[in-house]
Design a protein around this ligand. Structure first.
Ligand code: GTP
Ligand code: MG
Length: 696
């Protein structure tokens, strides 16, 4: 395998809204470069990139795939990312290690939420963007309209380098602005093309665009600008030398037109990427921190290796694969590197170049390149690997919080350990998926980025770890409390068989303010009850409070006062007072106007203004109370308090109410008394639940 200098490497993430043609574009690039003889298709599940079962049967990308090829002597490392918002972590990792973003927009559907999101992320990562408008072979495309819409979103400096000449079915010609030519592509999907000079109206059009392009380029460099004014233009040599810098500085954002499906327009895009695209040399230095957390710069030409792990994945045929980008030094098979985040040493196993699932083993890779390594023992997504003598930690990608939750139910007994280790491994692989074992309600809550993400996680768990699980609605952590004072004089007496038991507990309870928990006191006077039984009574009370009395939820916000009782010289003992305390508490609780409290969440919702009506209507049907509204960057912000129960799968509802444009975050706020009807429902359900458990 050839070694590539950093300047000869093109690392880029192919990103964009769902189903815009990113995977087909990647496939077309592989065909152009001769990596594959013919293009596969999404329908047949035969693309190099979408090789996982769950991608093939859903016909969408679920994980980012690494592909590589050589074009005009340059090595392309392509990261084909999923467009579904649920799998945004894949795109975020790829954008972090890419030197530019290739943003794909579907010619029929235009800029979508997914397009805006990746634009924002690429901007935050400080990498240049190239836009590709795809599927010009479709009916009813309109180049001018697409361009105008894209400019509306991303600014007037979006500039077409190619324009479709004959859009619609049969589309195979584009006007090439830098070359002043019409390029005609072969219709056999080989990507081959012939060139002829533009004539007539096209010649006029291209001349005008050409001048505009040269102005952009001149703008990116003072020396070029001076020449531009002195000569009244730039020579071919001059503007070609300047185009790279102009793209780096984003003086303009190049736009291309293609039909990925038919491999039209792709080869010239690859030419431009090879000749003028960003390479690791354009980002020579990255900021990290040393062992003490002090800032430290990692330079491309530093001798010591520094690698960032942007993705890990467990594959049946490989085992655990860790994807990395090298920011300095090189990585060799058999060498040892230090994992700064885990504080452990890793031995580097086989290093691979990948094309989807096809791998080529290489002995080493050097600065600027991207590859994968197998069987690291304790390295996860977001970790930095470096030379043991110079520890570096590169900043981690910040992932969005999961906003959809479900409870994972084991359908078979005895699989708990397998489920637990599977969940831990899946979380390390995909940090946007979280899980929590809720010991109070004996459920495991899994949280993800969307419904589909949850399903994919459950699928992976079943297939990889061979367990039987399904997803159900989580139980809400209700609380029980009282609204009035109550009391009880409870006698526990057992005289049948064996040693007798006797205890009498007199108890008073009364409400306390919200969030103050349960307080146990004693105000015994006289000698009716020996003080040694106080802890016994307390134990009984606490047991009943833990178990719940009304509906099986923890009792809170009240004081219990054990003020008197009776005992028997022989039969009174610890267990007798525990039992009496337990029942005395239950009795006084039921006498004190008991009620349920429900958790209320603060929800922040961001939606386009035209969705206000629908979203507000839906919120009020969920018993939501609005307590703040703002306008921010053309979006409407709503802050509301919504009961936890009503938030189940809210993110899916919000997506469908807003065409995917609405997002929300939720955070626990406080407990509140429930409306009578809702309370009755919870009590009924808990009764049923208990009966079921008893029957089992
Ligand atoms: N007519 C036409 N169809 C296309 C073109 N590019 C992709 N498609 C089709 O559009 C659908 C989506 O294409 P993909 O390549 O999977 O799109 P994607 O952007 O990778 O999708 P996700 O990764 O799931 O977000 C598939 O049915 C493709 O065959 C194109 O240029 N023309
Ligand atoms: Mg795809």
């Amino acid at each position: 395998m050839k070694e590539y200098k950093p300047g000869d490497i093109r690392n880029f993430a192919v990103v964009g809204h769902a189903s815009s043609g990113k995977t087909m574009l990647s496939e077309a690039m592989l065909a152009c470069a001769g990596v594959i003889n013919r293009m596969g298709s999404i329908a047949a599940g035969s693309t190099v990139s979408d090789y996982h079962d769950n991608e093939q049967h859903r016909q969408i990308s679920v994980s980012a795939s690494l592909l590589h090829l050589e074009w005009l002597g340059k090595k392309f490392n392509i990261l084909d990312c999923p467009g579904y918002a649920d799998f945004i972590s894949e795109g975020l990792g790829a954008l972090r290690v890419g030197d530019f973003a290739l943003i794909v927009v579907h010619a029929n559907h235009g800029v979508g939420v997914g397009t805006e999101a990746v634009w924002k992320y690429a901007t935050e990562d400080g990498i240049p963007k190239l836009i590709l408008v795809n599927a010009f072979d479709k009916d009813e495309t309109d180049f001018e309209k697409s361009l105008a819409q894209i400019r509306e979103h991303f600014g007037e400096r979006v500039f077409p380098l190619t324009i479709p000449v004959n859009p619609g079915p049969g589309f195979n010609q584009v006007l090439d602005v830098p070359r002043n030519e019409i390029i005609t592509y072969a219709t056999d999907k080989s990507g081959k093309f012939t060139e002829t000079p533009a004539t007539g109206a096209w010649a006029e059009r291209v001349k005008q665009l050409h001048n505009q392009l040269i102005e952009f380029i001149a703008e990116s460099d003072d020396a070029l600008m001076e020449k531009f004014f002195a000569q009244g233009g730039l020579s071919e040599e001059e503007w070609r030398a300047g185009i790279h810098t102009a793209i780096q500085k984003q003086v303009f954002t190049p736009l291309f037109c293609t039909s990925a499906e038919n491999n039209i327009g792709v080869a010239r895009l690859m030419d431009i990427i090879a000749k003028y695209g960003s390479s690791p040399v354009d980002r020579q230095k990255v900021q990290g921190t040393d062992a003490d957390g002090k800032p430290l710069e990692v330079g491309l030409s530093d001798p010591d290796p520094v690698l960032y792990i942007f993705k890990t994945m467990s594959e049946a045929q490989f085992g655990e694969l860790s994807f990395f980008r090298i920011y300095s030094g090189s990585v060799k098979f058999g060498s040892e590197l230090y994992n700064t985040d885990r504080r452990s040493t890793e031995k580097i196993g086989q290093i691979y170049l990948l094309n989807g699932k096809n791998r080529t083993s290489v002995p080493s890779l050097s600065a600027g390149d991207i590859g994968a390594v197998v069987k690291l023992k304790d390295t996860h997504t977001g970790n930095t690997l470096c030379a043991p003598k110079r520890t570096v930690s590169l900043p981690k990608v910040v992932y969005p919080h999961p906003n959809i939750h479900a409870s994972l139910r084991s359908a078979a007994k005895g699989e708990e350990d397998k489920v637990a280790s599977g969940l831990a491994a899946l979380h390390h692989e995909d940090p946007t998926f979280l899980y929590m074992v809720d010991s109070e309600l004996r459920q495991t809550i899994v949280s993800a980025q969307g419904e589909l993400h949850l399903e994919v996680i459950a699928d992976r768990l079943r297939k990889r770890y061979n367990v039987h699980v399904d997803l159900i609605e989580p139980r809400v952590r209700y609380r029980e409390t009282i609204k009035a004072k109550g009391d009880s004089k409870y006698r526990h007496k057992k005289q049948t068989g064996g040693a007798g038991q006797f205890a009498e507990v007199w108890m008073r309870i009364e409400p306390k303010p919200r969030d103050t928990g349960l307080e146990f006191t004693q105000s015994l006077a006289g000698q009716n009850v020996d003080r040694v039984f106080v802890p016994s009574v307390e134990k009984g009370v606490m047991k009943a409070a833990e178990e719940g009395i009304l509906a099986g939820y923890r009792v809170v916000d009240l004081t219990v006062d054990f003020y008197d009782g009776k005992m028997h010289p022989v039969d009174s003992k610890d267990i007798a007072f525990q039992i009496a305390g337990y029942f005395a508490f239950k009795e006084s609780f039921m006498a004190a106007r008991p009620c349920l409290l429900e958790p209320i969440y603060t929800v922040e919702i961001r939606i386009p203004e035209d969705c206000m009506g629908k979203v507000m209507g839906d919120l009020s049907s969920r018993r939501g109370k609005i307590h703040g509204m703002d306008i921010e960057g053309g979006y409407q912000l709503i802050r509301a308090h919504v009961p936890a129960k009503e938030l189940y799968r809210y993110s899916s509802t919000l997506r469908s109410l807003t065409g995917g444009r609405g997002v929300h975050s939720e955070q626990f706020s406080h407990y509140e008394e429930m409306p009578r009807e809702a309370e009755q429902k919870v009590i009924e359900e808990s009764k049923k639940h208990r009966q079921q458990q008893q029957a089992e």
